[in-house]
Design a protein. Structure first.
Length: 445
């Protein structure tokens, strides 16, 4: 069994799902071993079950966002966060339907909404649900509501703790199913683990990062409005990583501030003494990168991610598809492959605005000397004398270049969301097995 798990990532991923289901349905199992209060009827019991499952799912959200490397290694951060988003909505619907059923079956319970006169257990339910509602609304409509990322992230944590804490307080206050001491202990343990995970991400991880600082060695401009930020470990060995992975970067402030940003490493995974990132100047933080002088303190939390050729050592070669700054993890894959003298064929399809905007253009051309590398540049705006491809990376273009034996290679795609969607659909239409296509999304929220 242990051998099967060690060598089979799909078995491990499936095991995490089984674990998730067991923990979510745990409240129901507890209900089954407890004689239900007499005469309450199916709908009341059903509504209570929804409330408990919703609460357990909410508590489990902290596990999904705690950057547990073992869980992330099975799915990748984007799939995990996607799962977090959908399961939160399911939990929210359950938490909302729970009182609605009660109000329908026992209309007198509507009085519990009279906040000043309601008992504390009901007040906690109302406040917890409002916190949950605020969390869902500010997350789904963060961009239309123009909420900047960092205040959103801070409020998201506070609202999550409030929603789960108040929900648990409500369940204990009602007491029907948590009347027995051992059940309260069991549920308190679940809540404490959730709290610990928050403390782990907010306090323990920053504390660990503080013990392993980095300094900015150089910040250099690249084509395409990208800056290379090179960091050197200070008093420790740094870390090696699988090319294509990313780390959370904190620059010039304490890691406890939680103002960290994810960036893919662009340097070779074989080198831990100098870690580089290619950062596109886009927003508040990234536009200021160029202003930090060498010597500035930095902290890294990583490496993370499953977008890496290292997981597919048996692949006959690789097709790498990049758009704009999406080249950074792919550049790292190529640099690492060159250093390892990897002799497999690499095809890079790279879309950029113009010839002048192609980030790492000269470096990529130089890599052709040490790698079996073919590069197809696809330009949006090309001069009249441009002989190469123009327009978008779509089905026709991919069909022209990708190998006939589609399943023999692994495909790595990193670009703007629209291009990623187009390429994903096109590869599917071209019969590339879905298990061979790997995507890295730069926009998590
Ligand atoms: C796995 C991964 C790898 C990435 N690799 C690179 C890379 O190699 N090069 C590169 O230029 N960019 C990369 N990014 C994107 C980069 O993290 C964002 O562009 C950057 O954080 C934006 O910050 P800002 O304050 O300059 O922009 P803002 O204008 O404040 O934000 C723009 C958008 O970026 C996202 N964002 C902002 N702050 C954060 C944050 N702290 N954490 C997560 N998302 C945030 C939000 O969706 C926000 O709407 C990567 C993102 C991810 C998820």
């Amino acid at each position: 069994m242990q051998r099967l798990l060690m060598h089979n990532p799909i078995a491990i991923a499936a095991l995490w799902i089984v674990g998730y289901l067991v923990l979510t349905l745990f409240p129901l199992l507890v209900l089954l071993v407890y004689p239900a209060p007499v005469g309450r009827g199916f709908w009341i019991e059903f509504s209570v079950a929804l409330g408990f499952i919703g609460l357990a799912m909410m508590a489990l959200q902290f596990v999904l966002t705690a950057r547990v490397n073992r869980i992330e290694a099975s799915y990748g951060i984007d799939i995990l966060l996607q799962f977090h988003r959908y399961t939160s909505i399911v939990a929210f619907v359950m938490v909302l339907v729970h009182p609605i059923i009660l109000f329908i079956v026992q209309p007198e319970t509507l009085q519990l909404l009279n906040f000043p006169q309601a008992p504390w257990r009901a007040r906690m339910a109302v406040l917890g649900t409002l916190a949950f509602l605020a969390m869902v609304v500010t997350t789904i409509w963060r961009k239309p509501l123009k909420i900047p990322y960092e205040p959103w992230r801070a409020s998201h944590t506070v609202l999550a703790v409030l929603a789960v804490g108040l929900g648990f307080g409500h369940a204990v206050g009602v007491g029907n199913y948590l009347g027995l001491f051992w059940k309260v202990v069991l549920w308190s343990a679940i809540m404490l683990v959730s709290l610990w995970l928050i403390l782990y991400v907010r306090l323990v991880k920053p504390w660990l990062a503080m013990k392993k600082p980095y300094v900015v060695e150089a910040i250099t401009p690249e084509r395409g409005d990208v800056w290379t930020l090179a960091l050197r470990p200070l008093g420790h060995e740094g870390f090696t990583f699988e090319p294509g992975q990313f780390a959370w970067l904190t620059l010039n402030i304490t890691p406890f501030s939680m103002r960290e940003h994810p960036f893919s490493m662009s340097s070779s995974g074989e080198r831990s003494d100098r870690i580089e990132f290619g950062i596109k100047a886009l927003g508040d933080f990234t536009k200021r990168i160029q202003d930090y002088p060498p010597g500035t303190k930095a902290y890294l939390d990583g490496p993370y991610g499953v977008f890496t050729i290292d997981r597919y050592w048996d692949s006959a070669g690789f097709v790498l598809i990049a758009g704009g700054v999406g080249i950074t993890p792919i550049y790292s894959m190529l640099r690492t492959a060159a250093e390892r003298k990897d002799d497999r064929p690499f095809l890079l399809i790279y879309s950029a605005n113009s010839w002048e905007d192609i980030t790492y253009r000269e470096e990529l051309e130089a890599l052709k000397e040490s790698l079996d590398l073919t590069i197809v540049y696809v330009l949006r705006k090309a001069d009249d004398d441009w002989q190469g491809e123009t327009g978008y990376v779509d089905r026709d273009l991919l069909e022209k270049y990708i190998p006939i034996h589609r399943g023999s290679r692994h495909y790595f795609v990193c670009a703007a969301p629209v291009m990623m969607d187009t390429v994903e659909r096109a590869l599917f239409d071209l019969d590339v097995p879905v298990t061979n296509v790997h995507m890295e999304h730069f926009n998590l929220a």
